[in-house]
Design a protein around this ligand. Structure first.
Ligand code: 5GP
Ligand code: MN
Length: 338
């Protein structure tokens, strides 16, 4: 994979480009994709954005979200865009398997493959150009760097600023995680100068749910959370019945895994959701427990040190049992003071 800066001189000639991101895009995935879309479009490129799956409707306030092609709904349109494009830009994931049914299409893409991402263990052999930096707060911050370092800071307008801010805000837990570097705050200062109304973005992301979602959270915290104080660990398991009862949609469970970490002493939180095709895990930790290694070892997943995910075809009961076993195997790390 050649360094991303070698792409900069190539931005001047108009190209056909596809931007894609991971399945079930979150604010960073969608925000960085749409910011890149606005930026490249403003330079005269012909750009398509493909999401491997649907996304939370509460992301649809982002300018031009309506151009994003849901691969599961419009495979033909997405395939056509891939076939005619010279560049494929992959944002907020680093291995094609994170794009579900789109995976094989990305391997087969004939043009130039470009990576911009901040997760661990990038599959760099499958990219021509790119940057992978696990120290970065968010892919949104990396798209910002891409725009600025390529000499186009003047192209950052309000829609781009809003999309970038949404990504960095979500991925830093509203600027509280350790990844919130001075450069993050410098970027936000610049975005403010370009017309960003940050409180509007906060409201769009955090105050944009329906009543059922809040009732669901109440139910889950009351009835579905187990706390294992001897292992500094908490677990939430959500059945299909719960999802149906509260009419839970894509994105409604976002952030739920963080609640147990607000309990004094809890170092590891696990959340498993019984989706139709798989049981999807989310892991979050505080301090010195590496959820990336944990997710890779036990749940066929990965991510960052303090935030990871995984998946399994086991039943909900079986995977919960496996979690408890894995927790016990990690007792020493979980009990450590740090
Ligand atoms: P979430 O819990 O929000 O789904 O994911 C947390 C973090 O782990 C995100 O940065 C996400 O990209 C990553 N992640 C989630 N699921 C997987 C997975 O199955 N494999 C890998 N490699 N990373 C994942
Ligand atoms: Mn991200």
């Amino acid at each position: 994979m050649k360094p991303i800066k070698e792409i900069f001189p190539l931005l001047t000639a108009p190209r056909k480009v596809v931007i894609t991101t991971h399945q079930k895009p979150d604010p960073d995935a969608m925000g960085s994709s749409l910011a890149m879309y606005h930026f490249l479009t403003s330079l005269g490129h012909e750009v398509s954005v493909i999401s491997p799956t649907n996304w939370a409707t509460w992301l649809n306030w982002m300018t031009s979200s309506e151009v994003v092609i849901d691969y599961e709904l419009h495979a033909d349109k997405a395939t056509e865009a891939l076939n005619r494009s010279e560049w494929l830009i992959c944002l907020d994931f680093n291995i094609f398997s994170r794009t579900k049914n789109l995976t094989q299409k990305l391997y087969d893409f004939k043009g130039t493959k470009i990576l911009i991402d901040h997760h661990q263990m990038p599959d760099t052999a499958n990219f021509d150009y790119g940057i992978s930096d696990t120290a970065k707060s968010s892919t949104a911050e990396m798209v910002y760097d891409f725009i600025v370092q390529s000499g186009h800071a003047d192209k950052i307008n309000t829609p781009i600023a809003e999309c970038l801010y949404a990504g960095v805000m979500a991925d830093t837990g509203s600027f509280r995680f350790a990844s919130t570097s001075a450069s993050v705050h410098q970027m936000v200062a610049f975005l403010k100068e370009r017309g960003l109304e940050h409180s509007k973005v906060h409201e769009n992301i955090y105050d944009n749910f329906l009543e059922n979602r809040l009732r669901f959270i109440g139910h889950v915290l009351m009835n579905r959370m187990e706390v294992f104080y001897e292992y500094n660990t908490a677990l939430i398991a959500i059945s299909k019945k719960d999802l149906l009862r509260f009419q839970i949609k894509t994105g409604d469970t976002e952030g739920l895994v963080n609640y147990p970490l607000s309990i004094q002493g809890i170092k590891l939180a696990g959340l498993v959701i019984d989706r139709d095709e798989e049981r999807k895990w989310s892991f979050r930790s505080k301090g010195g427990f590496d959820t990336n290694t944990f997710a890779r070892k036990y749940f066929n997943g990965g991510g960052h040190y303090n935030a990871s995910g995984g998946r399994t075809l086991d039943s909900l009961e079986k995977t919960v049992e496996n979690f408890k076993m894995a927790m016990k195997e990690n007792a020493e790390l979980l009990k450590e003071e740090k």
